[in-house]
Design a protein around this ligand. Structure first.
Ligand code: HEM
Length: 432
């Protein structure tokens, strides 16, 4: 294989899996000292091209986005998404049209005409009310953050929130957080045969059982929307999709991807992709602010001085320190260290190496955010590094928790809005 990147083969059958340790992204970042920015790591039987610098990630995912935006279909992508929805569609015309629809709809309901900000604030207040019920007793803040962010996706998708003790919400949380949180997706992805081994076989069966009521609920919500659909009153994501189904199929030609089954997978995926990510980022924010008393004092002072009470999303540009704190949370604790696996749809070239068609490629976002040449003491939490001499917030294009390129996170704007409003509102109502 001429001009293929260097790399590590590890052991027969297992490849490098046993060598990755408890923090694979950090281990791979260390290996880049030996192999350079672009190298391969064998995961079980499959080579994965790792991109360990912002330059190589940009060269591949942005400059050659048409080559590096595919997805591989495996047993686990089929199990998770039916290889439909959006995140696991392979690159091509179908993905492009579904993505365009998703972006336009999220814009409409997220930032656009029907801005979600007031609903996010309302949910943040309801969440704070629940937290207050604990009085002086200790509690796990995730017990309240997860239902609240799940409700934001519910409002977007179903047009309504759930009471915190509603069985549908509880079933959804059970599925997303009890199973989803630590699910070894990569293990099933690279070593699909483990699904036949007893402990994993049983685990998958438990997930099948747990997801049934949630899937039934999504299907019946779609049916209910179809029964009550009014073309002059588009209530939410499902209505927008139904409108698209009707207009696309209007001439009697059925387009395979604008149908109820695809809608079901899309809805499912918005919950999968948009809840744990946002909730975990918020949890990191609370923890990091709590442990850094200097940061805690400065952010509180800015919120008291600059934010409306209750906070508005429009306050954000006047709050450079709060923006710096959020950017530093994203830098120091990216939720998806490796983004989501990409597959090349043609031959590509990165760092001078030839990347064959069909290669699996992963950006090491952790390595970019912890590069000591770029960030002084990268392991320290220091929001001030994002403030210039004039006290202004400095936005850094190489902080990439949502990844970059045409396949980056669909919900980035909504997630940023949620994190700002939830965090500031919590700090307006509590000290932590
Ligand atoms: C802090 C919160 C979030 C983080 C850190 C995050 C991060 C990511 C990352 C790293 C990817 C992989 C992109 C790639 O392959 O390059 C992704 C994809 C995706 N995210 Fe997010 N995400 C967040 C919140 C959300 C929210 C709120 C939604 C939905 C409303 C969402 C929906 C999606 C979807 C649908 C994809 C697949 C996009 C595609 O393949 O075209 N995410 N996200």
């Amino acid at each position: 294989r001429s001009n293929y990147p260097p790399g590590c083969d590890g052991m027969p059958f297992l490849g490098c899996l046993p060598l990755l340790g408890v923090h694979p992204a950090n281990t791979i970042m260390k290996w880049s000292k030996r192999y350079g920015d672009v190298f391969y790591v064998k995961y079980a039987m499959q080579n994965v091209i790792m991109l360990n610098s912002f330059e190589s990630i940009k060269e591949a995912l942005v400059k050659q986005g048409h080559v590096f935006s595919g997805r591989q279909h495996t047993f686990i992508t089929e199990f998770t998404s039916g290889n439909a929805g959006l995140g696991f569609l392979d690159y091509g015309a179908v993905w492009r049209s579904q993505r365009r629809f998703g972006l336009a709809t999220l814009h409409e309901f997220g930032m656009g005409r029907r801005c979600m900000a007031p609903k996010i604030l309302e949910e943040a207040d309801l969440m704070c009310d629940e937290m207050l019920k604990h009085g002086d007793h200790a509690f796990d803040c995730m017990d309240h953050i997860t239902p609240a962010v799940t409700n934001i996706i519910s409002i977007l998708v179903f047009g309504k929130r759930f009471e915190y003790d509603d069985p549908t919400l509880l079933d959804t949380l059970h599925l997303l957080f009890d199973f989803g949180h630590d699910f070894p997706f990569a293990l099933f992805y690279f070593a699909p045969l483990v699904r036949f081994l007893p402990p994993w076989k049983a685990e998958l069966e438990k997930i099948r059982q747990a997801r049934k009521p949630v899937w039934d609920h999504i299907m019946s919500a779609i049916q209910q929307h179809q029964d009550t659909y009014n073309e002059n009153d588009c209530r939410d994501f499902i209505d927008s999709f139904i409108a698209k189904m009707k207009s696309t199929n209007a001439d009697g030609v059925k387009f395979a991807w604008w149908n109820k089954e695809q809608l079901f997978h899309y809805v499912k995926e918005l919950f999968l992709a948009g809840t744990d990510t946002t909730a975990t980022t918020l949890r990191w924010a609370i923890l990091l602010i709590h442990y850094h008393t200097d940061v805690h004092e400065k952010i509180h002072e800015e919120i008291d001085r600059e934010a409306s009470n209750p906070v508005k999303f429009e306050d954000m540009p006047n709050m450079p320190y709060t923006q710096a704190v959020i950017q530093e949370v994203f830098r120091s604790r990216p939720i998806a260290n490796f983004g989501t696996m990409r597959k090349t749809t043609a031959v590509g070239k990165v760092g001078g190496y030839r990347i064959p068609k069909g290669s699996i490629v992963m950006p090491n976002i952790w390595a970019v955010h912890h590069n000591p040449q770029r960030w002084k003491n990268p392991h320290l939490f220091k929001p001030d590094r994002h403030i210039d001499q004039n006290g202004k917030f400095v936005k850094s294009e190489d902080i990439i928790p949502f990844n970059v390129g045409q396949r980056s996170c669909l919900g980035m704007q909504l997630a940023k809005m949620e994190i700002f409003i939830f965090l500031v509102r919590m700090m307006q109502r509590f000290n932590f």
